[in-house]
Write a protein that binds this ligand. Structure first.
Ligand SMILES: Nc1ncnc2c1ncn2[C@@H]1O[C@H](COP(=O)(O)OP(=O)(O)OP(=O)(O)O)[C@@H](O)[C@H]1O
Length: 282
């Protein structure tokens, strides 16, 4: 089933002459994890704002074509309903934390509280999410005093508590160290296992290759390339679109140049290991 469909969609910000998004056509399937990549200014954040209905509900400007969310035109959706259906995780965890709650527990409960969820249900739901993300040590702490990585985990917990079907995640690890980034990606894996539809903007292409099912490459607001992570990252044209290839793919191309090509292009570390094992016969 398609959760979001784009039919000939273009968008221009108010007072701008250039289109930020142009002639987009795509059918996004429920339960898949999509990676969104592209050079700076290619339209990734605008694309996220389109997918979550902020365009046209918050951003004015010219939107043409059809954005269908579960078959209904985005213009006909109630914006409050959309914000619970589609969760959004900011690039900067400091922006996501409300700043008005004294404990992590209250912070995670805030979205549910705003929805008027009954207190007992709310407490059960928060406890469930705290266990799932192993946040027990943090629940009594003040969210404002947490590290960036801890804040980002709390931000994920707040969104997961809302039980949104679709999650739009904009560069969640750009401000985190490798250890905190790995923790965030294990949470993204959990969400995949729960069958959520995920849109992930991430500059670290190795992570996109590892975790996503399909990849959309944006260039000047257009979908320049799309398909399975393997198809997209096997395409050397990516380099001309201002996008790096995963290290594994670079190694595959270097092996080709040295006339020692792998049987197939590898895009993840585990695929490289498989190719080497095959070659040395273990
Ligand atoms: N609020 C806005 N008003 C006018 N133009 C905007 C606005 N936000 C973005 N743009 C323009 O739209 C285009 C796409 O920007 P966008 O931020 O979506 O790209 P991006 O790929 O997310 O960039 P980055 O990787 O730098 O975050 C750019 O030309 C940008 O200048």
């Amino acid at each position: 089933m398609n959760c979001i469909s784009l039919k000939n969609v273009s968008y221009k910000y108010p007072y701008m002459e250039e289109f930020a998004l142009q002639e987009l056509n795509y059918a996004f399937e429920t339960g898949k994890c999509y990676g969104i990549i592209g050079a700076n200014g290619s339209g990734k954040t605008t694309f996220c704002n389109l997918l979550r209905g902020m365009i046209p509900h918050f951003f004015e400007g010219d939107l043409t074509g059809d954005v269908l969310i579960e078959g209904n035109d985005v213009r006909n959706w109630d914006s409050n309903l959309l914000s619970t259906k589609i969760g959004y995780i900011f690039q900067n965890p400091f922006t996501q934390i409300s700043g008005i709650k004294d404990t992590v527990f209250e912070e995670i409960a805030l979205g549910l509280e705003n929805l008027g969820v009954e207190k007992e249900v709310l407490i059960d739901r928060v406890i469930e999410v705290v266990k799932l993300l192993k946040l027990e040590q943090l629940i009594k702490k003040n969210p404002n005093n947490l590290s960036g990585g801890q804040k980002q985990r709390v931000a994920f917990a707040s969104i997961i508590a809302m039980n949104s079907d679709i999650l739009v995640i904009d560069e969640p690890t750009s401000q985190l160290d490798p250890e905190s980034s790995a923790e965030i990606f294990s949470i993204i894996n959990l969400l995949k296992e729960q069958g959520k539809t995920i849109f992930l903007v991430e500059h670290k292409v190795d992570l996109i290759a590892e975790y996503t099912d399909e990849v959309i490459v944006l260039k000047d607001g257009r979908i320049a390339l799309s398909g399975s992570a393997l198809d997209v990252f096997s395409n050397i044209d990516l380099l001309q679109m201002g996008v790096m290839l995963p290290q594994a793919a670079m190694l595959s191309y270097d092996m080709q140049k040295a006339n020692k090509a792998f049987d197939t292009i590898a895009i993840t570390k585990s695929q490289v290991i498989d190719q080497i094992k095959q070659r040395v016969g273990v």
